[in-house]
Design a protein around this ligand. Structure first.
Ligand code: LLP
Length: 386
């Protein structure tokens, strides 16, 4: 990825820089990998990045939307995502959010508990509507990922246990205001091996056999998101392994005739195209460490502080001079967790140098906060700085 440094000099930092060619290439890879499968429906998980410009491009590429709040449903509709390609998940949907989604006529609710099912039934009945519901089932599959982003294990708050699935469907069948349309699963995020997805397919196959034996037809299967990216080599591997990912489901999941398969991909769609750009404020010589103090902090990109994640870091201003130095790259926020990375190897870095935190397009801008009364980071796009 190349960066328009001359333009950067005119801008206030920190900001997000989005490379739209990278996004479009990612989207066309998804299209290519699913072209011969009209029964595969890819929804973009808006939680990863709700920037309107990106949503617009993603919508134009034909993806649906996966939403987890009323605000996201509204954002999806505002950017032109067709209501019948919107799915709505979340353990704690409010009455207002449920009504809004019913009014819009979304494809389906991913229902995570029986009390939620009853609430949706009541609200839909009062509006004279029938809500399409899919049950989120917790498949108890270990995604081998970070503890804070694993979701498919029984100890998590999400979904219904496998054994509670059949009674939930029976309950839905008995309620006037809802229609059972599918099963939903999500095992976690930043999953870089395909084996957990194979395990998920096996669980779904078993469950489907069981439900079929009980005479239940399931029109839609939704396998959630989770495909990981290569955070350490963004230029070598800018496109995630979509080919292997979709092929895994094509070969391991036994879909029934007419059954539709849905995906909810967030990170893999938008992570690579976004970079957080910061300026070096000071280089501080400590007694044991050297610090590069930048003007971005965890209010702009919370992932390192919150999950201990590392974003590939570059000094965009440095010329090829001198040996690499070890720096702790830190932000200005008054908390000791405001550290992007420790012992980062960078060329000799000076005040004013631009520092790039790569692969920050997912769960970056959208998770920004104003803590310390900081300004929210701005966003710029490659086509406006060309
Ligand atoms: N579907 C459901 C039900 C989800 O909970 C998530 C993400 C997705 C789809 C999209 O997953 P993805 O394809 O992006 O892995 N903030 C964390 C990640 C949180 C993921 C939450 N759920 C991070 O920065 O790593």
């Amino acid at each position: 990825m190349t960066f328009p440094l001359t333009h950067f000099h005119e801008l206030d930092t920190p900001f997000y820089y989005y490379d739209l060619d990278c996004l479009r290439e990612t989207l066309s890879t998804i299209q290519r990998c699913t072209a011969d499968r009209p029964d595969f429906h890819v929804h973009y998980a808006i939680k990863a990045n709700a920037n309107p410009r990106l949503l617009q491009i993603i919508q134009e590429a034909g993806l649906g939307a996966d939403c987890v709040s009323g605000g996201e449903v509204e954002a999806a509709l505002a950017q032109g995502f067709p209501a019948d390609r919107i799915v709505f998940a979340g353990v704690g949907k409010t009455d207002r959010e449920i009504r809004l989604a019913l009014q819009a006529g979304i494809h389906s609710f991913n229902v995570e508990s029986l009390p939620e099912l009853e609430a949706i039934h009541e609200l839909a009945t009062a509006m004279g509507k029938k809500a399409r519901v899919a049950f989120r089932i917790n498949p108890n599959v270990d995604a081998h990922t970070h503890a804070k982003i694993t979701t498919g294990l029984n100890e998590n708050k999400f979904g219904l246990a496998l054994e509670d699935c059949l009674p939930a469907i029976r309950r839905a069948e008995a309620l006037e205001g809802v229609e059972y349309v599918g099963l939903h699963f999500h095992i976690g995020s930043q999953i870089t091996e395909l084996e957990p997805f194979e395990a998920l397919c096996a669980r779904i196959n078993d469950l489907q056999d069981e439900l079929e034996a009980a005479g239940i037809q399931t029109p839609n299967i939704n396998v959630g998101g989770g495909l990981g990216i290569d955070y350490e080599a963004p230029d070598e591997n800018p496109i995630p392994n979509f080919e292997g990912y979709f092929a895994t489901f094509a070969s391991h999941l036994r879909l029934r005739p007419g059954q539709q398969l849905h995906f909810e991909l967030g990170r893999s769609v938008v992570a690579a195209c976004g970079t957080l750009i910061a300026r070096t404020l000071y280089v501080k010589q400590g007694h044991e460490k050297q610090f590069v103090i930048v003007d971005a902090g965890f209010t702009d990109l919370v992932r390192p502080a919150m999950y201990g994640s590392h974003h590939f870091t570059q000094n965009l201003s440095a010329k090829d001079e001198g040996e690499l130095q070890r720096y702790d790259v830190v932000g200005p926020i008054c908390e000791s967790s405001d550290v992007f990375s420790k012992d980062e190897l960078l060329p000799p870095t000076r005040r004013g140098d631009f520092i790039a935190f790569r692969s920050a397009g997912a769960y970056g801008e959208v998770m920004a906060s104003q803590y310390n009364l900081r300004r929210l980071p701005a966003a710029y796009f490659s086509d406006e700085l060309a």
